[in-house]
Design a protein around this ligand. Structure first.
Ligand code: ZN
Length: 475
């Protein structure tokens, strides 16, 4: 029996893992995992990171990775730790990004375990990391770069090609062709889908808009993060400038939790431009991440995917590493020095959803003071600290302490790298034919079910919300 099984990102936006299992007569089945993401957010989800897969990891033949975000890639080191030793196919930019993101994720896992052991706040003694930084580094040897559009054959019954997703640097969708139960069929895994059209409302967008058009498939596995939302259509720059200016004028600092690669660089270029055009004062800007410098280098290495606007900004201002009042804080002591300074500044630090990383120190220090601003420019998954802060919590637990939130909290939705519902429908209208079945993954239940209804009404397609461990027969 050949089937597809959803092993993550079903009913939730994290933990993307989709297993293609192809039976062939007489020989061992072929098993390919599309994405291998970490569950993040609520404890209920995070505990799934510790559960075994329903099949031994060593029996998986290959992984196809759509993009580098940790909710798609962050379980790879654990998969390898459990015995997987096959190739991991991804675009060259995704491979580069994973080379800094996965070790960083291992470092965060080690820090978490250390914290639990220090405070004895875990039921496990000793608490162990899901994987270490070293284990994450070791798994990088399994990565195999694959260019967009290049066909690859894994067996007589399985071939694939990566196509543009327009989501982040290196992001792709996986078009998979299988021969199952005597029939050939095409599966399309969207990964995360980027903005469909670029306009004034997506300034600083790094990767050019427009996921590949005119797709066709028999079975579509599609993300639904923004399945019940529409992004604002106005230019966020004036509001961004006002928020920063008023915070600095009252003597406060701005803390922006942001994903270290790409989202941080996008914001740095916008801040540079706002300073050069005198819309905000020239205060110190700290990109505080252990991978800050490497992240800038990767960002500047892959300009081929950039929008014309971003290319122009890069041409005009050069490398952020050379800007006078921008600081890249690689070491922990650099990071600690930021908190010793009382002068107004802008701190951009990861993780973007405040689930870990150095941003925790900055928020613990600055959330209690009403002069400061916590500014969100990315999606916050329910259950994360970022979600609670953004949605008006009075206090938040950081390092075991309840930190009162008296600082101003604001969010700008225009920076999203996900298509919203109207954009998703616009993209789906370009399909040459209706897929026989569509499964929605990577969305909160409300977002996924509303997108299902919108797709059924607008397109008349057969759409279902995927369930955890659900198997779909192929053929
Ligand atoms: Zn993503």
């Amino acid at each position: 029996m050949s089937y597809l099984q959803f092993l993550g990102a079903a009913g939730v936006v994290t933990g993307s893992k989709h297993m293609v299992h192809l039976d062939s007569d007489g020989t061992r089945p072929l098993q390919v995992l599309v994405d291998c993401g970490l569950f993040q957010g609520q404890k209920e989800w995070r505990e799934r990171n510790w559960q075994d897969l329903p099949l031994p990891a060593k029996t998986i033949d290959a992984v196809i990775l759509t993009h580098a975000h940790i909710d798609h890639s962050g379980w790879i080191p654990r998969l390898v730790k459990e015995g997987f030793h096959g190739p991991i196919f991804a675009t060259p930019a995704t491979v580069d990004l994973c080379s800094i993101l996965l070790p960083d994720s291992g470092h965060l896992q080690e820090e978490d375990a250390e914290f639990y052991n220090k405070t004895r706040s875990s039921k496990h003694h000793p608490a162990l990391p899901l994987y270490t930084m070293e284990e994450a580094q070791q798994c990088l040897t399994l990565f195999r770069p694959v260019n967009i559009g290049e066909p690859h054959q894994l067996s007589n019954a399985f071939s694939f090609r990566l196509v543009r997703a327009a989501h982040i640097l290196g992001s792709s969708m996986a078009e998979v062709t299988v021969r199952a139960n005597g029939r050939g069929q095409k599966l399309l895994f969207t990964g995360d889908i980027g903005r469909v059209r670029c306009g004034e409302d997506v300034p600083g967008k790094i990767v050019d808009c427009g996921p590949t058009q005119g797709e066709e498939c028999d079975l579509l596995v599609m993300e639904s993060t923004y399945g019940n939302r529409e992004h604002p259509h106005d230019d966020p720059r004036p509001e961004l400038a006002t928020l920063i200016r008023t915070t600095l004028q009252r003597g406060g600092s701005v803390v922006v939790p942001a994903f270290a690669v790409e989202r941080t660089q996008k914001l740095l270029f916008l801040l540079k431009e706002l300073m050069e055009t005198r819309q905000i004062p020239r205060v110190p800007v700290h990109a505080d991440s252990p991978m800050a410098i490497k992240a800038v280098q990767i960002f500047l290495k892959h300009t081929e995917e950039f929008t014309a606007d971003t290319k122009a900004l890069v041409a005009k201002y050069g490398s952020p590493l050379d800007w006078s009042n921008f600081y890249f804080d690689s070491t922990q002591s650099d990071s600690k020095k930021i908190n010793e300074s009382q002068y107004p500044m802008i701190i951009v630090s990861s993780s973007g959803m405040v689930t870990g990383g150095r941003v925790l120190h900055h928020l613990a220090q600055r959330l209690p003071d009403p002069k400061n601003l916590a500014l969100f420019i990315g999606f916050q998954a329910p259950g994360t600290r970022g979600f609670s802060i953004k949605n008006g919590a009075d206090s938040i637990k950081i390092f075991g302490q309840q930190v009162p939130i008296r600082a101003q909290v604001a969010s700008l939705e225009q920076f999203s790298d996900h298509a919203d519902t109207p954009e998703l429908l616009q993209w789906l209208h370009t399909f040459h034919r209706a897929p026989r079945q569509t499964f929605l993954v990577h969305g909160e239940p409300a977002a996924a079910s509303q997108l299902r209804d919108a797709m059924t009404e607008a397109l008349g397609w057969n759409v279902q919300v995927a369930a955890y461990k659900q198997k779909v027969l192929l053929g």
